[in-house]
Design a protein around this ligand. Structure first.
Ligand SMILES: [Zn+2]
Length: 130
């Protein structure tokens, strides 16, 4: 798998000094997290975070969908792209993922649209090499 994932996983949430939140500056450590911590990598890797985001997304739920509809192979193919999106919307440092609540929804929408392009995106222009 991609090098970006291994870089992100380099941090370890339960080792070392508290990690300062880039939004509110509160130090975070196990058992003491500020409200901007959306995920810690001891809960899973960035792809598991992305799945969690989809499953808790009002946008996806409102359409009656869930991440279980997305085949494993798609996650694998899109892995680098998903990690990139996670890092665009969230600050990942030392095993913590920080972000605002609205960022969860933004990420869920982007991933879901990538998996399931909506009618307004003309299907004919999509060239799928796989
Ligand atoms: Zn914070």
């Amino acid at each position: 798998m991609g090098t970006i994932i291994s870089q992100v996983e380099g941090g370890n949430a339960d080792a070392g000094a508290p990690v300062r939140c880039p939004i509110c500056a509160q130090p975070n450590e196990p058992g003491r997290l500020c409200k901007h911590v959306r995920w810690t990598f001891d809960q899973g890797d960035p792809l598991e975070f992305a799945r969690f985001v989809l499953d808790t997304s009002p946008y996806v739920q409102a359409r009656g969908h869930s991440s279980s509809e997305i085949p494993k192979i798609w996650w694998e193919r899109q892995g680098e792209w998903i990690v990139e999106k996670v890092l665009i919307h969230f600050d990942a440092s030392d095993g913590y993922v920080f972000g605002e609540h609205k960022d969860l929804d933004m990420l869920a929408r982007e991933i879901w649209r990538e998996f399931h392009p909506e009618a307004e995106r003309p299907q004919m222009q999509r060239v799928d090499l796989f």
